[in-house]
Design a protein. Structure first.
Length: 243
């Protein structure tokens, strides 16, 4: 007597009812569980659609207000800090000049007062000669030169800038995939097959469930993580405030 061919068990209920293989995850379902599986997929699609709509709204908001984003905020913060550093340095320099000028003007005032006394005395006593007049002229010329063109102050620029340059790293999104990976596929951590990156999570989950059903024991706890997408292209844009 011929024996009936055993049917593949349903991956959900385990009963050998026969059924349908999902083309996406390659699992076998009975009719009822496959219907539930499709409903779950439809729900996931709805969630993806909602996420897409939210992303679209974020994009619209970003385009409407290009000044309101994290990058611009960081640049504005750098600008504010840089300006404050420069203002503080300028104020310190002004205070040095104010203090020096006060001392210089006091010294010139003392010299001018002494010269005034000499001129007053010479007029009162009527005792002065050409040499005295020439000397007084030289002293007045020196005092005037110190007032209009002081030689006791030199303003120089330091060898190091007060503010560091700002560098912007950008990545051409259209070239990202070819730069981050030589192909569109990445290896599955379980079966080692090359999988299209966008299907990676679903595939690894299916592999884990197949391994669980095959062992018919305790399910192995697998931590499956997709590759981290990194951005590493560099395109510097420098802004120099000081040289």
């Amino acid at each position: 007597m011929a024996t009936a061919t055993r049917k593949a068990p349903c991956c959900i209920c385990g009963k050998e009812k026969g059924g349908v293989r999902c083309e996406g995850c390659s699992r076998i379902f009975c009719i009822n569980d496959f219907t539930n599986h499709r409903q779950e997929l439809n729900q996931q699609l709805d969630e993806v659609t909602v996420t897409r709509d939210l992303s679209q709204q974020i994009l619209i908001n970003k385009k409407a207000e290009p000044q309101n984003n994290l990058w611009i905020e960081q640049i504005n913060e750098w600008e504010t800090k840089s300006i404050n550093i420069i203002k503080e340095a300028a104020e310190q320099a002004r205070q040095i000049i104010f203090k020096h000028s006060t001392t210089l003007y006091t010294q010139i005032e003392d010299k001018l007062n002494k010269l005034t006394d000499q001129l007053r005395q010479a007029q009162q006593e009527n005792e002065f000669f050409e040499t005295d007049i020439n000397l007084w002229r030289e002293e007045l010329a020196e005092l005037k030169n110190e007032l209009t063109q002081p030689s006791t102050v030199r303003i120089q620029h330091g060898s190091k800038p007060l503010v560091t340059n700002i560098i912007i790293d950008t990545l051409d999104q259209s070239n990202y995939r070819s730069e981050s990976n030589n192909s569109n596929n990445i290896p599955c951590e379980i079966c080692k097959k090359e999988i299209i990156w966008c299907d990676y999570d679903d595939h690894t989950k299916a592999c884990a469930e197949r391994r669980q059903n095959k062992s018919r024991g305790y399910a192995e706890m697998l931590l499956l993580t997709g590759p981290t997408l990194t951005q590493s292209a560099r395109h510097p844009l420098q802004t120099d405030l000081f040289h």
